[in-house]
Design a protein around this ligand. Structure first.
Ligand code: HMG
Ligand code: MG
Length: 292
């Protein structure tokens, strides 16, 4: 099983009060110490759109991580890629959506415009020796348009893979999908892309994320995104709550017979470190039980 920890990016991007750079660094280093091997650390997006992550370069410059930890950052355009290259990052993630209104609200462009831009961004990243992940948001339900047709998800996923991303993460951006939708939509995508190239990115607004992981496992998906403590949300997706909590995911996978390599007690230390700085408890059910 592979877990992509997105707490420092997806989790923090939704926090209104600025978290100090050194706290972000301490948080990421603790996540790595817990055994997480793929961490999405921050975004090089417009600081006007996401002020919380305006210190992306400083966070990356201050990090001390084991060599086997893969750091990735979100980039929405060529400018983001240039900043990521300058920061010495080896993996970037481009992101678009399966619904037009969400693409417009999140990136100020149509889906086709984002894909046209990404063709150049992905080419330049690969030429520079980087690897690239792709995200498709609103794969199941769009907060503005409602249910999303599986064909739209299949098309955007195929376009991203064709331009050279090595993995596409399918997002339940507002955390409302249920297992039958996972089976239908991911099942359709699997006709165009192998399971090894897909990940599920589940938010947990309606407490359906773990059921959706199980549906994903049954379809052969072995990569899941999650956020320590269950922090998260997208500032441009009304109603989106936190991501599936990494503690909840790790507990669920391990006890179902799928090793993750993550030390739950140390993961809880990372979440509590951040929660202490945010001044509130985090929503993960499992976190609430570890060491409590
Ligand atoms: P825009 O306003 O249309 O673009 O935004 P612009 O080109 O006019 O740029 C506006 C300003 O930002 C300019 O500065 C640019 O230089 C600057 P000014 O001249 O006004 O001083 N700028 C940048 N600065 C730093 N880094 C950059 C960058 N690009 C432009 N890369 C844009 C278009 C794409 C930039 C904007 O819409 C944006 O940044 N969007 C990102 C929104 C975002 O981060 N959303 C959350 C992440 S996605 C998510 O959470 C979903 C996911 O988790 C999966 C799921 O759950 O579904 C991945
Ligand atoms: Mg997300």
């Amino acid at each position: 099983m592979r877990i992509v920890e997105v707490g420092p990016r997806d989790g923090l991007q939704n926090e209104a009060d600025l978290v100090p750079t050194e706290v972000k660094i301490g948080y990421v280093e603790r996540l790595a110490a817990a055994g997480l091997k793929q961490i999405e650390v921050t975004s090089f997006v417009s600081p006007k759109w996401v002020p919380q992550l305006a210190d992306a370069a400083e966070v990356l410059a201050g990090l001390k991580l084991p060599d086997d930890v893969v750091v990735s950052v979100l980039v929405p355009n060529q400018k983001g890629l240039e900043l990521a290259l300058k920061a010495g990052v080896k993996r970037v993630a481009v992101f678009t959506a399966a619904s037009e209104t969400f693409a417009r609200k999140n990136l100020n462009r149509s889906i086709a415009e984002t894909l046209a831009d990404y063709r150049g961004v992905v080419r330049a990243a690969l030429d520079a020796g980087l690897s690239v992940r792709g995200y498709v948001s609103t794969c199941f339900v769009c907060p503005f348009e409602g249910p999303v047709a599986p064909e739209a998800v299949v098309q955007v996923t195929a376009d991203l893979l064709e331009m050279g991303v090595d993995e596409v993460s399918l997002g339940d951006t507002i955390g409302v999908a249920v297992p039958p939708q996972i089976r239908t939509t991911v099942g359709a995508v699997l006709k165009a892309a192998p399971a090894e190239r897909l990940a599920l990115h589940l938010h947990d607004t309606w407490a359906t994320a773990l059921a959706n992981v199980w549906a994903g496992l049954e379809l052969g998906i072995t990569c899941y995104d999650s956020s320590a403590g269950g922090l998260g949300g997208c500032p441009y997706a009304p109603g989106a709550a936190g991501n599936l909590a990494t503690e909840d995911l790790v507990n669920f996978l391990e006890r179902s017979g799928y090793p993750t390599g993550v030390d739950l007690a140390r993961l809880a230390e990372a979440s509590r470190y951040l929660a202490g700085h945010l001044g509130r408890t985090l929503p993960s059910r499992v976190l609430g039980r570890i060491g409590a």
